[in-house]
Ligand binder design. Structure first.
Ligand code: PPS
Length: 330
């Protein structure tokens, strides 16, 4: 009887040890993220990477980097093994091939949502980018942030010229005088929407880039044709500044992920005027807040804003009709 009991006890210990060893080890790098122990709707735990589940397609200058910083801090996402969150695969890096693209996401993070942010995809050539994405992953989702195209054009210009142009507002005014007229003239010569759309696309990487990217109406249709409501989330980039919790609530719903970022997690940084994430049990080490580049410098004059307003107005109006929603842009 004593021997039987001993044998039973040894068996139990053996079974416990076997079970313990087969449980994935979250202690090493996942201790701070206990929520990661549930699988995402996107991947099973044996998947070691592949094409992204989600791509942030733009628009550049509408707050995508800061959005990615905060999402990445949750530990729930797998981002490219690069210095930026972008791959630019569907534009500049297409020739490198699919294996190169996959290799950017090959960490052992099977439980995370794989995401990248290439914020010029929305307005970039070729027009087939949406279809190409779905060929690689038919379940892919996309996130788009739209913001005031005038503010965006200035932000784009500042990003490209700040380091070597002392009078940035003056240089931007000159740029606007030449390129607004030129682009409007070119669009006027096109016979219909389709030809205008092609023209705008062909300019995606030209000197007009900072302006043409803001002609959202020419770009939205081709994305909506490929990605329906359940696969495409359109956010208001201004929310990322004024009330980021609204955007993160929408993102978390859209990606069917646990609610890791809440309203009470945000604190307003009085120096930068931006909301920043506070450390919490869910996000112990949030990223540092960054100072926006185009707010601490001289702003464009009223006449330039007014020229931009006139230029963008008809395109914005068409966009609002398609969206069934008015953005509070001028
Ligand atoms: N919390 C917070 N902190 C800093 N910046 C914020 C934030 N929320 C939104 N923004 C806005 O994001 C603008 C930069 O947008 P992107 O990251 O999409 O630009 S880019 O892709 O790097 O070109 C940036 O524009 P710039 O002022 O030109 O830097 C801001 O207007």
């Amino acid at each position: 009887m004593k021997r039987l009991r001993k044998l039973l006890l040894l068996n139990v210990i053996g079974i416990v040890l076997i079970i313990y060893n087969t449980i994935p080890d979250y202690r090493t790098n996942r201790n701070t993220f206990p929520h990661l122990q549930s699988t995402t709707p996107f991947r099973d735990s044996t998947d070691k990477g592949g094409f992204p589940d989600v791509i942030v397609i733009g628009v550049e200058g509408c707050g995508n980097t800061v959005m990615m910083n905060f999402l990445n801090a949750t530990g729930y996402f797998q981002v490219p093994n690069r210095t930026t969150y972008s791959s630019d695969f569907f534009t500049g890096n297409w020739e490198r091939g699919e294996e190169w693209y996959r290799s950017l996401f090959t960490q052992e993070n099977g439980q995370r949502i794989t995401i990248e942010n290439s914020p010029h995809y929305f307005y970039a050539y070729p027009p087939t980018i949406p279809q190409k994405m779905l060929t690689l992953n038919p379940n892919m989702k996309v996130i788009l942030q739209l913001c005031d195209p005038i503010q965006r054009a200035f932000s784009c210009y500042v990003h490209n010229h700040k380091h070597y142009t002392p009078n940035i507002a003056g240089a931007f005014a000159e740029y606007a005088r030449v390129h607004l007229l030129q682009l409007q003239g070119e669009l006027n010569t096109k016979i219909d929407f389709h030809h205008q759309e092609r023209h705008v696309l062909s300019k995606w990487n030209s000197r007009n880039r900072c302006i043409q990217a803001g002609l959202y109406v020419y770009h939205l249709e081709r994305w909506q044709k490929s990605f329906n409501h359940s696969r495409m989330l359109i956010l208001d980039g201004d929310d990322m500044i004024r009330e980021p919790w609204t955007s993160y609530a929408k993102i978390q719903d859209f990606l069917e992920m646990p609610k890791l970022i809440h309203k009470e997690d945000w604190v307003l940084n009085n120096k930068t005027g931006q909301y920043c994430l506070k450390p919490s049990s869910r996000i112990p080490k949030p990223p540092l807040c960054v100072q926006p580049k185009s707010t601490d410098i001289q702003q464009p004059k009223e006449e330039i804003i007014s020229a931009f307003t006139t230029f963008y107005k008809p395109y914005n109006e068409e966009l609002f009709k398609i969206l069934g929603y008015r953005y509070p842009w001028q």
